[in-house]
Design a protein around this ligand. Structure first.
Ligand code: PBG
Length: 323
């Protein structure tokens, strides 16, 4: 004990701090979400997410090139369709916004890994993540739509699909659809422990996917539950998930850590829109140092156990890491 033990010895200067640092962040860990919309030459900033845009296919291709140029290996695509209806039929339209964007990006930005978000909420007129009956989302009929959506993304050239709907059994439904379509080699990253979180607020402006009635608490998890996350993750792995995700990230570091301890698949964490917006807003007010808070946030998510981080900060962080 003191005076022989002095932990400060290893904090004396940046060289020794670098040598004993336990966690390192790399652009390889990052996945950047992009929002594709209809039209031409559209690049509309999302008010509550400064630096993020809804973009038409022509513009998103340029953006995707920039992302790849920064050394970020992958993007996650969301779609904002021209037409919404009760059963979200644009979601599996082979000429939909996402499918068209995938083809264009695979053609013009080879080597960039394209992941798609598979969900119905951006495509349904009511904004829920599936088919509605008696005021609630019907589980099993929704599985068919999700499987069709995932297959259409992969047929367009997606490298990986990421179901975010939280229906029971959707990983298996998607796995079966992909396999029977001949896509046995396409992995599934499941939003396995996805909580019904108020931190998704700004995203719903971005994706125009706010539910018109009620909320998502009958399908997304209760933020109070920790053990249930292990059950959700175990089920998704049984059903064939290749990567399991925890979402949100900052207020769910305990869950990330539990998943990492208990399972041997790669763990992803989604640093969601509200987590991004609060940092951007406080920085704009001059109340925090944006760069340092951003890096501390991303490091904490990695330290908790995330192998991959989905984040709107990916470009800013990569720029710093490449310096
Ligand atoms: C679609 C989906 C959502 C997010 C990712 N996929 C919104 C939701 O479930 O309401 C949130 C992403 C974010 O907040 O950054 N279901």
């Amino acid at each position: 004990m003191f005076p022989f033990q002095r932990p400060r010895r290893l904090r004396k200067n940046e060289v020794i701090r670098r040598m004993v640092r336990e966690t390192a962040l790399s652009p390889d860990d990052l996945i950047y979400p992009l929002f594709v919309t209809f039209g031409k030459n559209v690049r509309k900033e999302i008010k509550s997410m400064p630096g993020c845009f809804q973009e038409s296919v022509d513009r998103i291709v340029k953006h995707a090139k920039e992302v790849k140029g920064l050394g970020i290996p992958a993007i996650l695509l969301f779609g904002i369709p021209r037409h919404k209806d009760e059963c979200g039929s644009s979601a599996y339209d082979p000429h939909g916004e996402v499918q068209t964007a995938i083809r264009a990006i695979k053609d013009k930005v080879p080597g960039l890994y394209v992941i798609t978000d598979v969900c119905m909420c951006e495509y349904t007129s009511h904004g829920h993540c599936g088919v509605i009956e008696d005021g609630d989302v019907m589980n099993d009929p929704t599985l068919e739509l999700l499987a069709k959506e995932a297959l259409s993304h992969v047929e367009a050239g997606a490298d990986m699909v990421a179901p975010s709907d939280m229906m029971d059994g959707r990983v298996e439904a998607i796995r079966l659809a992909l396999d029977s379509g001949g896509f046995t080699g396409i992995p599934i990253m499941s939003y396995a422990a996805k909580y019904a979180s108020a931190f998704y607020g700004p995203f719903r402006e971005a994706a125009e996917s706010t539910p018109k009635f009620g909320d998502r608490r009958s399908y997304q998890m209760d933020p109070s539950n920790r053990r249930e996350a292990m059950r959700e993750v175990a089920l998704d792995i049984d059903e064939g998930a290749d990567i399991v995700m925890v979402k949100p990230a900052m207020t769910y570091l305990d869950i990330i850590s539990d998943v990492k301890e208990n399972f041997d698949l790669p763990v992803a964490a989604y640093n969601v829109s509200g987590e991004y917006s609060i940092i951007k807003a406080a920085a704009k007010m001059g109340w925090i140092d944006e760069e340092r808070v951003m890096m501390e946030t991303l490091i904490s998510i990695k330290r908790a156990g995330a192998d991959l981080i989905l984040t709107y900060f990916a470009k800013d962080a990569a720029k710093l890491l490449n310096r």
